[in-house]
Design a protein around this ligand. Structure first.
Ligand code: 3HC
Length: 288
């Protein structure tokens, strides 16, 4: 399959990353079907896209009518309906290997034979995910960053059996949606970006857990002294504290107590209204 053959894209997940990816793909002119396991989640994701498109249009950051972009996005709950005519499927399920493998096994039965199956996993092995299918050569990693509409980079990851043709198609597709792809040729845990970013978050979480710094101090140090756009805790609130939690669990790493406490309390970051900071009316990080 070549880039020109990609007409319909299915995005499996309507949470932060799923709806952001669906938005970016629709902005590039593709027809997208966005799916999640519950009607409410899909509706919320669709509303977030509508909000984001309005915001981008208001600021003159896009020159398309938001309604027209939205008209290219269909929603669904049924997996078969979502992928039956897809040329490219981008899976954005929670960061657990058992779930990913379950989804890919189903995809193998339900998606057209020619379809490329991509995973937006943050760190899990593409080889192991692909092993749940009978077409591992058509499985590839396509890792976006949060928020997809603003972040330019996308990692295109080879599993051990990914065909060059598949990785090249994924790479060309990323360029076609106006993002910048990089190849990750070794299927290492965390790929390139999260391998580097992991210790940044981990070190800060252990320092806070051991009383060596406060959340605000750690974030302020990186923002004001190091010029990062966000400190590690604010970033974790943006990406979802549960994501980092599952990434550590799947990699067999110990969980810093400050992370465990937030997960136990269900305070997972912006998406739940509270994480390391509160995101009520007018709130947000207070360290500035
Ligand atoms: N769509 C449209 N507008 C949006 C938006 C969206 N999805 N999200 C936020 N905005 C709006 C805000 O509402 C705000 O609007 P306002 O100005 O009207 O109040 C505005 O964008 C925010 O703009 P700012 O000028 O404050 O911020 P910037 O646009 O300059 O930067 C940022 C925002 C790009 C998020 C920047 O803070 C940043 O780069 N942060 C780091 C992000 C990062 O590193 N992401 C990667 C995380 S790792 C990851 O995703 C890997 C995964 O595997 C876990």
């Amino acid at each position: 399959m070549e880039l020109g053959d990609v007409q319909r894209v299915a995005v499996l997940g309507a949470g932060n990353m799923g709806h952001g990816i669906a938005e970016v793909v629709a902005l590039a002119g593709y027809d997208v079907r966005m799916r999640d396991i519950e009607e409410d989640i899909v509706r919320k994701g669709y509303e977030e896209i509508a909000w984001s498109l309005e915001k981008l249009a208001e600021k003159g950051l896009i020159d398309q009518d938001p309604e027209e972009v939205l008209s290219r996005i269909d929603t669904a709950v049924d997996l078969g309906e979502t992928v039956s005519d897809a040329d490219l499927v981008i899976e954005v399920a929670p960061e657990r290997m058992d779930l990913k493998r379950e989804v890919f096994a189903e995809l193998d039965d339900l998606a057209p034979e020619h379809a490329v199956l991509a995973s937006n996993t943050s760190s899990l092995s593409i080889t192991e995910i692909a092993g749940a299918t009978d077409r591992p050569e058509q499985v590839v990693g396509m890792h976006f960053f949060n928020p997809p509409v603003k972040m330019d980079l996308v990692e295109v990851i080879y599993g051990d059996e990914t065909a060059d043709e598949t990785a090249e198609l994924a790479y060309a597709f990323v360029e076609a949606i106006d993002k910048t792809p990089i190849y990750v040729r070794k299927d290492v845990n965390g790929f390139v970006v999260n391998s580097v970013l992991g210790p940044f978050g981990d070190e800060a979480a252990w320092m806070v857990s051991e009383g060596e710094a406060t959340i605000e101090e750690a974030d302020a140090a990186m923002v004001h002294r190091k010029g990062y756009p966000m400190g590690p805790f604010e970033l974790s609130d943006l990406t979802g504290i549960d994501i980092g939690y599952h990434v550590r669990k799947e990699a067999g790493k110990p969980i810093p107590p400050v992370v465990q406490e937030k997960v136990d309390a269900g305070d997972l970051g912006r998406k739940t209204g509270r994480g390391y900071y509160d995101y009520g009316e007018g709130d947000g990080p207070t360290y500035e």
